[in-house]
Design a protein around this ligand. Structure first.
Ligand SMILES: Nc1ncnc2c1ncn2[C@@H]1O[C@H](COP(=O)(O)OP(=O)(O)OP(=O)(O)O)[C@@H](O)[C@H]1O
Ligand SMILES: [Mg+2]
Length: 247
């Protein structure tokens, strides 16, 4: 059964031509989907439509059979840049989605501390964002997106600015967290290997349109060594060829 349904959705900025073009997409609960494509092909726009941050020019979005017509409460969102509030310490940044809605309770503080521990920032809770590295800021943004335990997590190239080793660590952290909370995930990247490592499915987007989802039949939980084996590289090549239209 479909958890997210994107039904013939299109989006045009200010009367320009469609940057998301009659997209049909279905994601089942608990699945991890990656969306790859070249810069400017419409990934961020599609993600914002799916989260209810933008309304499609035509077509419709459903999460769990409810039409999405405003930013969905069921979705945690991680933007292309970490977008932390620099005047708030780490814990308060993580608690922001709650403090915007209601009074923060002792239970919320405990939950924030647990999440920060899980992303390896247990001893950084009182620091301010400018006292953190880029990778640490990305971890705070992920903890913030998970604080309300959303059923659905959407991430827009969250690791793009990081070095390869930090990025690989964060990929493993993310897989662990999402497995733990049974979160359904939509992850945008233009890194083919990242998509193949993380996703149960990889979908290629080009010029506003989606290609057929490519199933990734690799064992879970992922072992970091698979990045170097031939099955993994064959999958990366398949994704690349789909992007190039030569599959
Ligand atoms: N606010 C806007 N107004 C007008 N055009 C826009 C706006 N935002 C994006 N676009 C255009 O829409 C197209 C799709 O943009 P989008 O940000 O969805 O691409 P993307 O696939 O996420 O790219 P990237 O990989 O570089 O982040 C691009 O051609 C872009 O120039
Ligand atoms: Mg983008």
């Amino acid at each position: 059964m479909s958890f997210l349904t994107v039904n013939e959705a299109s989006y045009c900025y200010q009367g320009n031509e469609a940057v998301v073009d009659r997209v049909q997409w279905s994601i089942a609960q608990g699945e991890f989907h990656c969306l790859v494509g070249r810069s400017g092909c419409g990934k961020t726009t599609l993600l914002k439509i799916a989260a209810g941050l933008l309304q499609p020019t035509s077509g419709s979005i459903f999460i769990d059979d409810t039409q999405v017509v405003e930013p969905s409460d069921q979705v945690g969102f991680v933007f292309q840049a970490p977008t932390l509030l620099e005047w708030l310490p780490v814990t308060d940044n993580v608690l922001l989605p709650i403090s915007l809605k209601r009074r923060v309770t002792a239970k919320d503080y405990t939950r924030a501390a647990e999440l920060l521990e899980l992303v390896g920032l247990g001893s950084f809770t009182k620091r301010h964002p400018q006292e953190l590295s880029g990778g640490q800021q990305s971890r705070v943004a992920i903890a913030r997106a998970l604080i309300r335990e959303p059923a659905f997590l959407m991430l827009d190239e969250p690791f793009a600015a990081l070095d390869a080793i930090t990025r690989a660590e964060l990929q493993d952290d993310l897989l662990r967290l999402c497995e733990h909370q049974k979160t359904t995930v939509l992850f945008v990247t233009h890194d083919i290997a990242e998509a193949a490592y993380l996703g149960d499915f990889v979908t290629v987007m080009s010029q506003g349109e989606l290609q057929q989802a490519i199933p990734i039949d690799l064992a879970k939980p992922r072992a970091p060594e698979i990045r170097y084996d031939s099955t993994f590289n064959a999958l990366c090549l398949k994704i690349r060829k789909t992007m190039d239209g030569t599959a």
